[in-house]
Design a protein around this ligand. Structure first.
Ligand SMILES: Cc1cc2nc3c(=O)[nH]c(=O)nc-3n(C[C@H](O)[C@H](O)[C@H](O)COP(=O)(O)OP(=O)(O)OC[C@H]3O[C@@H](n4cnc5c(N)ncnc54)[C@H](O)[C@@H]3O)c2cc1C
Length: 228
């Protein structure tokens, strides 16, 4: 299905959002992703297909993706996406995913590494719109003060006393001691971890070693990024 670009927004240094109008109305759950194709020339060996979380909330109807545009060694795909003009299209070949909140009565710890914030942005925006006071502790790690969606997230927290956001800026890292400090009871919440693949794998192992059961852990891996 064709997605037509309707606007682009800069979220932070090197982070951009692309908002698309789908050719047919889409129904999805906050936290799901799209698999898309962007034909372009010349194309590098990394190809014309990518997966992106839908960063917008379902009530918005528009499909927004937010991504990092690398200053060095960026792919031809990202260069073509960056150059896309309003009115031009990309192709969506799949919409799917289970990185969703199924029970809004439970408590959650969301851990985002950088651009891994995208599913949480969608989930928290949808909850804010619906007036659902999700019980969430969000640990949001970034390499510097250029933080995507910062003001919006802070606004959601103002509307919801059960949403607590901790910004973790390098050189501080999200690790065992920080999780122990910020999450007093590890047995109760469901942990959602999203971001660069090495970070999500490593924090998943840390959480399991800390006693978090597999049924209380969901991971969303973004391949193609390193964890600096
Ligand atoms: C379910 C799912 C959801 C996702 N959601 C998002 C999302 O919301 N936002 C998002 O940004 N991404 C998301 N991703 C990841 C996305 O699909 C891309 O893999 C990612 O954005 C990297 O894009 P890119 O390969 O074009 O690399 P670029 O972003 O252009 O480059 C990233 C860095 O990768 C390094 N690199 C990686 N491979 C190579 C290579 N072969 N040669 C040289 N350098 C290389 C470079 O150092 C470069 O700086 C998601 C992935 C999945 C599976």
């Amino acid at each position: 299905m064709k997605l037509t670009l309707i606007r682009k927004t800069k979220e932070a240094s090197n982070i951009e959002s692309f908002v698309f109008n789908p050719a047919e109305p889409q129904v999805w759950k906050a936290g799901q992703f799209i698999h898309c194709v962007l034909e372009h020339e010349p194309m590098d060996s990394r190809g014309e297909e990518r997966w992106f979380t839908i960063a917008s909330a379902p009530f918005e109807k528009e499909l927004m993706i937010t991504t990092r545009i690398a200053s060095e060694k960026g792919s031809s795909f990202k260069a073509a996406l960056s150059a896309l003009q309003v009115g031009e299209t990309i192709e969506m070949i799949e919409l799917d995913g289970d990185f969703i909140v199924e029970d809004s009565a439970l408590s959650y710890v969301f851990i985002a590494g950088g651009i891994g914030i995208t599913p949480f942005h969608s989930i928290l925006k949808e909850a804010d719109h619906a007036g659902v006071k999700l019980n969430v502790t969000l640990l949001y790690g970034n390499r510097d003060e250029g933080i995507a969606y910062k003001e919006e997230l802070d606004g959601f927290a103002k509307n919801n006393p059960n949403l607590v956001i901790h910004h973790v800026i390098a050189p501080q890292r999200i690790d065992q001691s920080l999780i122990e400090k910020l999450v007093p009871n590890l047995q109760t919440p469901i942990f959602y971890v999203s971001g660069p693949e090495p970070m999500v794998e490593s924090l998943g192992d840390v959480l399991k070693e800390m006693g978090v059961s597999a049924s209380h852990l969901k991971q969303d891996y973004f391949p193609g990024y390193t964890w600096e």
